[in-house]
Design a protein around this ligand. Structure first.
Ligand code: BG6
Ligand code: MG
Length: 224
C-alpha cells in the first residue's frame, strides 16, 4: 500500500486561479501610488503573505511608508480583492482539481487545505469546494507565513496523520520549501524550472491520479 495517507492543497494557483484577482488589485494600488506593476512583478507575490506582498510592491515603487499607512493600503487592496472573489463560482475551479479531490476521498485519503490566504473561506464557499476537506488551515489560523512549515504541520496534526505520510500540492517556491521543512512529500503545480525542489512537477491537477502517488518515495523527514 502507498505510504501516502493525506493530501494537503495550497489554494491560490492550485485549486483556483485567483492570482489574476490579486494582480489586478495590487496593480490598481500601484497605479494609485503613481507607478506601474507588471504581471512579471506579480510572480514575486505568489504564495507570499499580504503584508510581505505589500513590502515587495512598495520596493518596486521605491516607496518607504509608515506602518499605519501600510495597514491602510493593504486593507484597501484587500477590499478590491474581496469584491472580485465574492463573484467567483464553481466555473473558476482549475481543471482536474475537483476530480482529484473526489478521487482522494473515494480512495480513503484524507484531504486538507493549507493556504496563506485570510480569504480562503470566501473562495471555498463560493466555488463549492468546502465539503471536500477534512481540515481547513488558512491565514487566519497561522502566525508564520510560508516558507515556514506551520500551515502544513497544523493540517497534518488536525488530520491525525504523520508528516511523512502527507503530500503537499503547491504552485509557489515558498510553499514547496514549507512542505519540505514540514518533512512532507511535495508535488509542484506549474513549471519544473521554478519548482525544482518538488518530488515531481505537473502542469495541473488534471494530470494527477491517486495511482501516481506511487511515484513518491518514502519521505525523509527534515522536520524542524
Ligand atoms: C496566497 C497567495 O495564497 O495568499 C498570495 O498566493 C496572497 O498571493 C496570500 O498574498 C495572502 O492572501 P490574502 O487573501 O490573505 O491577502
Ligand atoms: Mg499558491
Amino acid at each position: 500500500m502507498n505510504h501516502i495517507q493525506a493530501c494537503l492543497f495550497d489554494l491560490d494557483g492550485v485549486l483556483v486561479d485567483t492570482a489574476k484577482y490579486h494582480y489586478l488589485a495590487w496593480k490598481r494600488l500601484a497605479n494609485e501610488l503613481g507607478f506601474d506593476f507588471t504581471e512579471q512583478d506579480n510572480e514575486r507575490l505568489k504564495g507570499v503573505s499580504r503584508m510581505a506582498s505589500l513590502d515587495i510592491l512598495l520596493s518596486i515603487g521605491k516607496l518607504t511608508l509608515e506602518d499605519a499607512k501600510k495597514q491602510e493600503l493593504a486593507a484597501r487592496k484587500n477590499d478590491w480583492y474581496v469584491e472580485s472573489i465574492s463573484r467567483m463560482d464553481h466555473t473558476e475551479i482549475l481543471p482536474g482539481a475537483m476530480e482529484y479531490l473526489q478521487a482522494c476521498r473515494e480512495n480513503g485519503l484524507k484531504t486538507a487545505l493549507g493556504s496563506a490566504s485570510k480569504n480562503a473561506m470566501i473562495i471555498l464557499n463560493n466555488t463549492g469546494l468546502t465539503p471536500y476537506f477534512d481540515a481547513i488551515i488558512d491565514g487566519t489560523r497561522t502566525s508564520n507565513a510560508k516558507p515556514d512549515p506551520e500551515v502544513f504541520l497544523l493540517g497534518a496534526q488536525e488530520l491525525g496523520i504523520s508528516p511523512d505520510n502527507c503530500v503537499v500540492f503547491e504552485d509557489a517556491e515558498a510553499g514547496i520549501e514549507a512542505a519540505r521543512r514540514a518533512g512532507m512529500n511535495c508535488i509542484g503545480i506549474g513549471s519544473p524550472a521554478t519548482l525544482n525542489q518538488a518530488d515531481f512537477v505537473i502542469a495541473s491537477l488534471a494530470e494527477m491520479t491517486v495511482e501516481r502517488l506511487d511515484q513518491l518515495e518514502q519521505a525523509v523527514g527534515t522536520q524542524e
